[in-house]
Structure formats: C-alpha cells, structure tokens
Design a protein around this ligand. Structure first.
Ligand SMILES: C[S@@+](CC[C@H](N)C(=O)[O-])C[C@H]1O[C@@H](n2cnc3c(N)ncnc32)[C@H](O)[C@@H]1O
Length: 373
C-alpha cells in the first residue's frame, strides 16, 4: 500500500460489489415509509475506515460509490431524503488520504453542505471518533449501518464502540479482516485482540497444529461470539473469495432476521462473472462451487450446501424442513431458507435421509438422517 492511493485488490473489488448490492437494498428499506406509514426520523451510515476515495487505477472508493448510488437511487422519489434525516459519516486517520477524500467528494458532488443529505468527513482515529460522531449526528434510537473496513487495522474496541452500536435498536455492522490478521496480532500485539474481543478471557491462542483454515474458522467463530455478546442477535461470517488473489473475511452483525435475509439476497445477486464467490469458512475442503451452479443444468445441488445440511443433521438427526431452513439462513454464510428443500430432496434420492410424511414436502415435514451401513 503506498502512502496515498493503492491498487484495487480483487478481494476489495468483490467486497465493493457486495456493498453496492446491500446498500441498494438497505437505503429504501430504511428510508421509505414503513407499511404502516411510519417515516424513520433519522438513518445513519458510518464508514469508519473510509480511505482516500479512489484507487490507483481510477476506481472509486467506498465513500464515493455509497454517496453516489444513494443520490441516484431508483427509489429516490420515495425515500424522503433530507439533511436532517439522512447522514453519512466518513472517518479517515491518514491526513493525506483524508484530504484526498474530501477533494474527491467535493469534485464529484460539489459543495457537500448543499447536498440533500448530511455528509460528515473527519480526520482521526475510528476508535475515538465513532461514538462521538454518532452522538453528534443524533443517530441513536434510529437505524445505523456501521462499516469497519480496516483490513488489517481493526483496533476498534468491542466495548464501548461495537457494543454501543449493537445495543441500538436497528443497527447493523460489517467488519472485515484481511488474511493473517488474527495470527499476526496474536504474536505481536495480544492487547489488540483483548480490545477486539472484549477481554483476554474471550480468546485463546491458536493451536499451532491446526491448519491455517482451521485457525481462521476458530478466530471468526470467536469474533462472531463477540458480536453476539455485544448485542447483535444475528451474526454471519463468510469469506469473500475473488477470482484471483487473497480472500477477505467478513463478519456481519444484525439485530433483525430481515437484515440477514437482505445480506444473503445481496450475495446471491452480486455479479460473479469473474469467478468471485462467497464461502462458508466452516466447510472444510468442500469444492466451493460458484453461486450460479446451485441448480446447474445437470441438476447438481451445491456440495457446500449438502455438506452443511449433513453436518446439521449429524447434530440433530430428526428435524423439520422449517427448522433446517432457519438454521441455513441464520447459521450458514450464504444459504437461504428456501435452499433446504432442494438439499433434502437430493439427500433423500441418495438414500441418506427419510422425509415424513411421504408425498408433498411442506415446512412441517420431518427430516431424519439415516444411519450409514
Ligand atoms: C482498507 S482501507 C478502506 C477502504 C475503503 N473503505 C474502500 O472500500 O474503498 C482502510 C483505510 O483506513 C485508514 N485507517 C487505518 N487505521 C485507521 C484508524 N484507526 N482510524 C481511521 N482510519 C484508519 C487507512 O488509512 C485506510 O485509508
């Protein structure tokens, strides 16, 4: 990474595609009147590691595309934008990148004080500025989406920063980690892990006999548990695997099942033409098949989905289709409730499960794992 701008890595490009999809769905959900006609008084988006707003090849950074897509959103006429109601907060610690970001935003969008939404750009430390800026924006008690996109600098303490956001009624948070993040901190700066997990008692040094993949699974589970303790009811963890280059690890916390559904819907509609995919870190060695292969012309059901369903049935040999679907939604990285049916039909046809009653499969059908020979 050079001092000011750097090359857009494939994992970052893939992550950007996911953010765009997710935010395209998030803004109208939060800003349009609810079915009962209620208009939320305030909606806040915070990017605590904002970057300079551009990459070396000219590609735009997250603050630029987030603001640009909001201002040109297809549902704009129903979103009731106002400076009081909609706030975007960007924090950047590096002075040159901060200056670049301000210039980039101003060049593209004109005077920020004249926009139909409030844009706050601050130079400083994410850990110190996040809460005061949310308070100054009067964000609390209203929806907040907070992105901690540090890729190697996650020194945002669980308490009070993440905990305060997680306890807010309609919050969501996205935290990204680059490869080796945890193992490096474990050796060089264990105090940072204490901050990130909320105390030394919440993490354990990784086992040197484990494979790098197993260690990552362990760390992500530990971080997922931290988000749960902080107050996020639902937590998703997944790997963003670009067509080439290093993966990126992402943990998403939400207070609402609908947030998890929206994130998964975004994953399934991201353009993956360059071979990018999302993987479940808990599936070891399963061929990670691209999303579009879910129901390929040969009728093959994704191996990762089958393996996860099998793992769940091994823990819970008798369950219902509904419970299995909920588990897929809330506990796996990318699968949705509706995927349960295809998986159990496939496993039934292979003689691995029995479905009762026979005939039409409904959400109350019971699924029983059959013991092997
Ligand atoms: C991975 S980049 C962000 C990229 C940007 N979100 C995007 O997707 O285009 C991380 C940025 O965070 C900044 N940064 C690092 N530590 C920080 C901290 N403690 N507080 C605020 N910003 C920080 C870095 O200077 C860098 O510009």
């Amino acid at each position: 990474m050079t001092d000011l701008l750097w090359k857009l890595e494939p994992a970052t490009a893939a992550k950007h595609r996911l953010y765009k999809r997710y935010l395209d769905a998030w803004w109208p959900i939060m800003l349009q009147p609810t079915p009962t006609g209620y208009l939320r008084p305030r909606v806040t988006y915070l990017d605590a590691f904002a970057g300079p707003g551009r990459y070396l090849g000219g590609e735009v950074g997250s603050p630029v595309f987030v603001l640009g897509r909001l201002l040109t959103h297809g549902s704009l006429s129903r979103m009731h934008l106002s400076r009081e109601r909609v706030r975007l907060i960007f924090i950047e610690k590096n002075q040159a990148r901060y200056d670049h970001l301000v210039a980039e935003l101003t060049t593209r969008f004109g005077d920020l004080d004249s926009l139909p939404v409030t844009v706050v750009v601050r130079h400083g430390e994410a850990a110190q500025l996040t809460l005061p800026l949310l308070t100054a924006a009067r964000a609390w008690d209203n929806p907040i989406l907070a992105v901690f996109d540090s890729w190697g600098n996650v020194n945002v303490p669980l308490s009070p920063v993440i905990t305060s956001i997680a306890r807010n009624p309609s919050s969501e948070a996205i935290v990204t980690f680059g490869p080796n993040w945890f193992s490096r901190r474990e050796n060089e700066d264990p105090g940072q892990l204490d901050d990130v997990f909320g105390g030394r008692q919440y993490w354990r040094a990784s086992d040197p006999d484990q494979s790098p993949g197993e260690r990552w699974r362990g760390w992500l589970n530990t971080y997922r548990a931290a988000l749960r303790r902080a107050g996020f009811t639902y937590q998703l963890q997944f790997m963003v695997v670009p067509g080439t280059g290093q993966p990126l690890y992402l943990v998403f916390g939400s207070k609402h099942e609908s947030g998890v559904e929206a994130m998964k819907a975004a994953m399934w509609t991201v353009d993956d033409s360059d071979g990018m995919r999302f993987s479940d870190p808990r599936v070891q060695g399963a061929p990670a098949i691209g999303q579009l292969d879910l129901f390929s012309s040969s009728g093959v059901v994704d191996q990762e989905l089958l393996e996860l369903v099998h793992q769940h049935l091994a823990d819970k040999p008798l369950t219902t289709l509904e419970e299995l679907g909920r588990w897929l939604l809330l506990e796996t990285a990318r699968w949705q409730s509706k995927d349960a049916k295809a998986a159990v039909v496939h496993l039934r046809d292979e003689g691995q499960v029995a479905i009762q009653p026979s005939g039409r499969i409904t959400k109350s059908s019971t699924i029983r794992l059959l013991q092997g020979p």
